[in-house]
Design a protein around this ligand. Structure first.
Ligand code: ZN
Ligand code: ZN
Length: 74
């Protein structure tokens, strides 16, 4: 009897191209193909992109710019 070699493990990740997950700025939930999602540049510094999901828009949840700490909507 011959010894069985170690199985060759291959890491196949079909979604590896989505390594940058888009998340809601307020609730930090990943957004994947949601309708009604808005993306806009920070109204104050224009450096950061704010992404808001439908839910957070509906409840008018605050967003905070990670760069300048601007809070909105005001
Ligand atoms: Zn949200
Ligand atoms: Zn900002």
């Amino acid at each position: 009897m011959r010894k069985t070699g170690l199985p060759i493990i291959r890491f196949l990740n079909p979604s590896s191209c989505f390594n940058v997950m888009t998340k809601c700025n307020t609730c930090k939930q990943p957004i994947s193909g949601q309708a009604g999602v808005v993306r806009f540049s920070c109204p104050k510094c224009l450096k950061e992109e704010i992404i808001r999901c439908t839910h957070c828009r509906k409840i008018a949840a605050k967003f905070v710019c990670p760069a300048c700490k601007f809070e909105g909507p005001n």
